[in-house]
Design a binder for this molecule. Structure first.
Ligand code: CA
Length: 221
């Protein structure tokens, strides 16, 4: 996977390039907006807003004019962040400096997952043990009996079911099921998990991974 890093601050860029390469990403690093606009971004753009020549906002808009490549905005201006503007520009996510490297790679993975979900034909039916999720009709059956779920409960279960056995972080779940920029209480997630468990009548189906998130149990057929 190829990442275009647009960052004029060498002290930030160098460790990023090194860290990302160690994770197996190909990285092209440019320091100015003009260089960025000359590049042909492939899989992901990490874009600093405060560039020496052109505002990062302009660069994002220019890239978006010709490409759907995912863009993560990186900015030091936390107080100036206007998520509506960022989304208008076509940015998919943003990080406020200083940020941890693990936070960055988690965001990259979550974003790439969403992009591939969008791109791939969604698997229409998922069967995990006694659980059957039908994307076409948005229905769920357990042991053959249909379970009546709210739209959000369905989305949540379908997301967990998309990767049974995988531990999904709270953040990842909130971003994917609710909103890319979820700002509300994370209690919402627990409330929905509780009600899903109640409706499924099987507490062992959705497992809590303490301090991380949730996991749909891998069930034998
Ligand atoms: Ca900068």
């Amino acid at each position: 996977m190829h990442i275009l890093l647009v960052e004029d601050d060498t002290g930030i860029a160098e460790p990023l390039v090194e860290g990302l390469q160690r994770q197996g990403y190909d990285v092209t690093w440019v320091r100015t907006g003009h260089e960025a606009m000359d590049e042909d971004p492939r899989d992901l753009v990490l874009l600093d807003l405060g560039l020496p020549d052109v505002d990062g906002e302009v660069v994002a808009a220019r890239i978006r004019e010709r490409s759907q490549v995912p863009i993560i905005i990186v900015t030091a201006r936390s107080d100036e962040i206007d998520r509506v503007t960022l989304l208008d520009l076509g940015a998919d996510d943003y990080l406020v400096k200083p940020f941890g490297f693990r936070e960055l790679t988690a965001r990259i993975r979550a974003l790439m997952r969403r992009v591939s979900d969008r791109a791939n034909v969604v698997e229409q039916e998922i069967e995990i043990g006694p659980l059957f999720v039908d994307h076409r009709t948005r229905t769920v059956r357990l042991d053959g009996l249909e379970i009546s779920l709210t739209p959000k409960e369905y989305d949540l279960l379908a997301f967990l079911a998309s990767d049974p056995g995988a531990v999904l972080s709270r953040d990842e779940i909130l971003r994917s099921v609710w909103d890319e920029h979820w700002w509300g209480s994370t209690k919402t997630l627990d409330v929905h998990i509780a009600s899903l468990r109640r409706k499924l009548g099987d507490a062992d189906l959705i497992l809590t991974v303490r301090g991380v998130g949730y996991q749909l149990a891998e069930l034998a057929p």
